[in-house]
Design a protein around this ligand. Structure first.
Ligand SMILES: C[C@H](O)[C@H](O)[C@H]1CNC2=NC(N)=NC(=O)C2=N1
Length: 115
């Protein structure tokens, strides 16, 4: 079940914006699926599980299309049965609301794979 956060727009950080602090992102993090965590106050990380490589690849391709549509790109690690995601805003060197929206959008895409 994905968060209403997925319905928010993906808006890039303003030039020179500061990354969100742990107090500022806590509520957003709480709205994401249980596997998401913030690492080093720098990026979001999650691992999605699949039955095989084909499922992981299909999910990867959907996330890639989302990233291109929104022009906001995660790091994606594709393995047999698993996709690792790291998400942050490169232009501010840390976390922004747009990263949490993208994470919620990925949770929503994953709902279709999570039988
Ligand atoms: C050059 C290009 O516009 C930038 O790299 C865009 C594209 N995708 C991006 N993705 C992410 N995660 N952060 C960015 O700051 C970003 N900026």
């Amino acid at each position: 079940m994905s968060s209403p956060l997925a319905d928010e727009p993906v808006e890039p950080a303003d030039e020179g914006a500061e990354p969100l602090t742990d107090d500022e992102y806590a509520d957003h993090l709480a709205e994401l699926g249980p596997d998401w965590e913030v690492v080093d106050d720098h990026h979001l990380e999650a691992t999605y599980e699949f039955d095989d490589f084909a499922g992981a690849l299909a999910f990867t391709n959907e996330v890639g299309e989302l990233a291109e549509e929104e022009w906001h790109h995660p790091d994606i690690h594709l393995s047999w049965g698993e996709v690792g995601i790291e998400m942050w805003s490169h232009d501010i060197g840390g976390l922004h609301e747009s990263d949490f929206v993208m994470a919620a959008r990925m949770d929503r895409i994953y709902d279709a794979y999570d039988d």
